[in-house]
Write a protein that binds this ligand. Structure first.
Ligand SMILES: [Fe+2]
Length: 376
């Protein structure tokens, strides 16, 4: 007889999808011989035309400014580590690229050798600057000085079960900016999904937690991947990078961890009171299980508060599920066009351009898959 417990231990998707693991011949979701294995994100870099305005939103969203110059803003969460977000003054509002952390200087050396680049000094440490197949500049850093932890509110104590823990102690979450703990993940769309996916697995040693495919087109391979860092037996975030085949290459959102549901909800009320644009939430995701809430900054870049995300060690194999908007959450309001971006100006033009441009992976079948996913 099958041991159902051990089966459950390796299948994160039970009872949520009809299709679970991969079948032979499908993308394995990891490289057999990666160049290095990054250990996490360092920070994300953005460009903003108005640093005061960017700093105001990010402070209201829950960051603390740790360094400010006329040309840049460095923002941090409460946990010890690298800062989380760097904003440089620039002509437009855009995501520039992700910065990943290497485990050792030897990893930078190996990367530099293999990609014929140099190790350069960077923010008190060292970096190798690469470009992924989507065109994003990707920096891998080592030796960056870490910021010390800042005290934060402990998670709310909850009266669950028969033994209440809060006798004579009412629950009063403060309505103030979130206390962000740390950067969690970045999600990007790309017209060169397959090439970019393999690039991150082969060069940075990341591994796939979940694949999504266009419903009815599984034989085409995956069209979205939730990708984590391989820390061996140490569990890491279900995804540090999420990537999806889209009609245009660009930033989708980035996500920041807070301590509990009260923090997600009360911080959301704070943003709402200040007139910021809500995108989607509160709900609980399927892939990654995070309790999420999505907001737009004044230039409409999307930022997510989340709590209670899944962590997987290296033993978990990728799950496979058809892509659909309704499949993005286990509970919560229906995903809005504000979140999916389907009503954004330029989507149709981008689709036409992607079809006519050579060197990308967008074809009619892919567009059909995207439209079906958005409608289901
Ligand atoms: Fe997310």
């Amino acid at each position: 007889m099958m041991d159902t417990r051990s089966q459950h231990a390796v299948d994160p998707h039970r009872s949520l999808h009809s299709d679970t693991g991969g079948v032979p011949g499908e993308h394995p979701g990891r490289s057999s011989n990666p160049l290095i294995k990054v250990v996490g994100l360092g920070w994300l870099e953005f460009e903003k035309p108005d640093l005061a305005r960017a700093g105001k939103f990010l402070s209201d969203f829950g960051f603390a400014v740790t360094d400010r110059t006329p040309e840049s803003l460095v923002l941090r969460g409460h946990w010890a580590g690298t800062p989380g977000v760097v904003v440089r003054r620039g002509p437009g509002s855009r995501f520039v690229g992700p910065v990943f952390r290497a485990d050792a200087r030897a990893d930078l050396e190996r990367l530099a050798r293999a990609t014929d680049t140099r190790i350069v000094p960077h923010r008190g440490g060292e970096a190798v600057q690469l470009t992924d197949p989507s065109g994003f500049p990707v920096r891998v850093v080592y030796g960056i000085p870490e910021l010390p932890a800042v005290p934060e509110r402990p998670p709310s104590r909850m009266n669950f079960g028969p033994d209440p823990v809060r006798a004579n102690d009412p629950q009063r979450p403060a309505r103030r900016p979130a206390q962000i703990e740390r950067l969690g993940h970045v999600a990007i769309g790309t017209t060169r999904f397959g090439a970019a996916l393999d690039w991150y697995l082969d060069n940075l040693g990341m591994i796939v937690s979940d694949f999504l495919y266009f419903d009815g087109q599984r034989e085409r391979g995956p069209s979205m991947a939730f990708i984590r860092c391989d820390l061996g037996s140490v569990p890491s975030d279900h995804h540090t990078l999420a990537m999806a085949l889209q009609p245009q290459t660009g930033y989708l959102h980035s996500a920041y961890q807070v301590t509990d549901l009260d923090e997600v909800a009360a911080a959301g009320e704070y943003l709402r009171e200040r007139g910021y644009r809500h995108a989607w939430g509160i709900g609980r995701h399927v892939q990654g299980s995070q309790i999420f809430d999505y907001w737009r900054d004044p230039e409409r870049l999307m930022f997510e508060h989340y709590t209670d995300g899944d962590v997987f060690d290296c033993s978990m194999q990728p799950g496979w599920a058809p892509m659909s908007v309704s499949g993005l959450a286990q509970w919560g309001p229906k995903a809005t066009a504000e979140f999916t971006g389907t009503r954004d100006a330029g989507v149709v033009l981008a689709a036409i351009k992607a079809l006519t441009d050579k060197g990308n992976e967008v074809d009619f079948a892919a567009l059909r898959g995207m439209i079906k996913a958005m409608a289901s």
